[in-house]
Ligand binder design. Sequence first.
Ligand SMILES: NC(=O)C1=CN([C@@H]2O[C@H](COP(=O)(O)OP(=O)(O)OC[C@H]3O[C@@H](n4cnc5c(N)ncnc54)[C@H](O)[C@@H]3O)[C@@H](O)[C@H]2O)C=CC1
Ligand SMILES: N[C@@H](CC=O)C(=O)O
Ligand code: NA
Length: 815
Amino acid sequence: MKILKFGGTSVGAVDGIRAVLEIVRKSHESGERPLVVLSAMGGITNLLTHLATEAAEGGNFIQGLQEMETRHFAVVKQLIAVKSQNPVFTKLKIYFNELEDLLQGIYNLRELSLQSKDLILSYGERCSAFLVSKVAEQYFPESLFVDATQLIQTDSHFGSAHVDQVLSEQLIQAFVAANPGKLLFVTGFIASSEKGRVTTLGRGGSDYTAAIIGAALGAETIEIWTDVDGMLTADPRIVKKAFSLPILSYTEAMELSYFGAKVIYPPTMIPAFLKKIPIVIRNTFNPDFAGTTIQHDSGNTALPIKGISSISAISVINLVGSGMIGRAGFSGRLFTLLAKEQINVVLITQSSSEHSITFAVHPADAQRAEWLICSEFELELKANKLSAPEIEDGLSILAIVGENMKHTPGMSGRLFHALGRNGINVRAIAQGSSEYNISVIISQSDLAKALNAVHDAFFAQLNKTLHVFNVGTGNIGSTLFRQIQEQYGFLLDNNDIEVKIVGLSNSRTMLFDSEGISLAEWKEQLQNAGEQADLELFVARMKQMNLPNCVFIDNTASEQPVRYYETIFQSNISIVTCNKIANSGRYSQYRILKDTARRHGVDFFYETNVGAGLPIVRVLRDLMMSGDRIVRIEAILSGTISYIFNNFAGTVSFHDVVKTAQQLGYTEPDPRDDLKGTDFMRKMLILARDAGYALEPEDVQLGAILPDACIQAASVDEFYRELKAADEHFGNLRAKALRENKVLRYIGKLENGQVSIALELVDANHPFFALSGSDNIISFTTERYKDRPLVVKGPGAGSEVTAAGVFADLVNVGA
Ligand SMILES: NC(=O)C1=CN([C@@H]2O[C@H](COP(=O)(O)OP(=O)(O)OC[C@H]3O[C@@H](n4cnc5c(N)ncnc54)[C@H](O)[C@@H]3O)[C@@H](O)[C@H]2O)C=CC1
Ligand SMILES: N[C@@H](CC=O)C(=O)O
Ligand code: NA
């Protein structure tokens, strides 16, 4: 025997009822002996409630009744053969007439008791169960409509009656025994009192009916068919990656429902729980999906927790005072008082010093609770043994739930790491002694971010989403987006990482989309739908969107974004940058940024500041962290100048080689930065700082390669004109090098805390002799790499290798 319960959404319209019939047919034909429990058609219970109150207030109820009639009749017309329609219309019409008489009575008396309301509501289930049984009868003549007032007996607590389990069990068993071979369609939600009056079972009533009948008949399972795929790991409206859980224990389902998941109302599970009958939540509109099984144990799943639930609005009351210390009766008095006044205490924590108690209530109860406490503890307050209760509003509860937590160390560590990394302040913590649930109180404005971050942290086998806010869409920015687009699927499949660009700006326009801006059409969207760029607003919006795993990427060559780095770190957002300005300005700024990032537990990655994608910053960091000491660094770190010297040969002019370097994307947006040595100076300075030297830009001895006229050029155009004029100067340099069998190299050195960069002529014995393209080379002589240095060499400029370096930094954020 199997109980199939269908909710209002399933029987709300023709399509749903067809799907219901199909599910019943499959079950019936495969010999599962289904018994069907039905709710009222979706919306009808609300409509009836409204009509009853309306009638009691002297309002119009006829129109609403007609609406109810129309909806039911439409089903008859569409799903029942014409020749069989009449008796169905007649019976439904009788129901509607009875209803009308009842509503008229209420209207006349202007009085609505709970008893009359139950009676009115019962017509919702009666009409729907009768109707569906008649549709079914066309295929299964053994179908039989059953009014549950015959099966379930309750007390007279109208509105939410208490079931007489023993008697109901007997009634159910007797009825089923008296109707062998019948396919029963039973009304959910309704029952009758010992005096034969119609009662209802309160919240979640039809599920409860299914559980009572299932328990009475020793059903194999109770299937609750609804319009979602089961119980999910989190609220799917907030956590897009929430997924349906295959198995939950009754306790876990209870804990998840307590804090939010509305799929099942926990008390309805009790009869099933007592008889260990599994409850399966399934989707009428996706019947092939297995749904969620709620059973006695938590099941053998690999999931560390089962779900994350939350209450979005909560108020917290803090009680502090010496009056509580060692006073066994204090919390007893407090919570008895609140219970007596029907104030539901959602969560309690107490400090081990017993000096304070913090508890959470629904915001609607907070003022009343405060008032009650003030009057109950008047004496303690007057004697200063207790300070006045403090109420904090605007808070939420987030709870992770799962029975396996108690066997798995590190669960709370994972929770708090995810919250801390995302800058979410935890106001109070509670863990049930059962260890089924760890709850935290956080600010309401952080709830969505927290749910997503915690979901990522626990269900990481699905993936972590990096939310990227990127400024700069030039050479590097646009190449990066193309690379992300190409790699998107691979990262998702192999590394469980999803990259979403959620904010985008260049110097003209900016665009936001928390669902992710299309990587294929970002250019058009930015141009057509973007708003006027405003960096301050961009950063403010990024903070406001409050997304988890958030990364700010600076792909500009501007000092403007740099001004926001500190506040970005303070908002617990990581930064990846290829812009060298932040790290090569004043030393104090470099220090502040590094320290702020560290203090806030976020990443500051700038591998491409030196040698583009070549691993140089990382190598130096590893050397330093593992206790090595830099003796000397020698390097060629200007890709542009390297390219120029490697290609300044034959008939080609110096001017033209520089132009080509710019066209190839090797130069800075302003090529003078390269040729004047500024870019190289920045890189050496960054390396020196990372090696532990507190140097300023002016400490770098910078030898020039350009004649003065080029250096002083006021614009890029003028600069190129001057370069043309300087062709002879460079021709002479080249000729000299050729004569001596040497090559021109612009080399930086760091030794004894001194940094210098100079133009040199080197012969074939020099390790920097053999370079080509935009090659960079760096040799680290350290205490450990003393006899033979550690060398990194390869292309050190160009949009592909630079964007790749930014990309690598990005995917390492939070790793
Ligand atoms: N080309 C290369 O090989 C390497 C370049 N880099 C660095 O990459 C960075 C970007 O270089 P490119 O892409 O070639 O420059 P680009 O000139 O092509 O692009 C710069 C982008 O930044 C935007 N931008 C400028 N100021 C802005 C502001 N205040 N707010 C918002 N957006 C702003 C511009 O609109 C443009 O989209 C530079 O800092 C450069 O030093 C680093 C390593 C290697
Ligand atoms: N313009 C730079 C690019 C890398 O930082 C260079 O030429 O090296
Ligand atoms: Na690098």
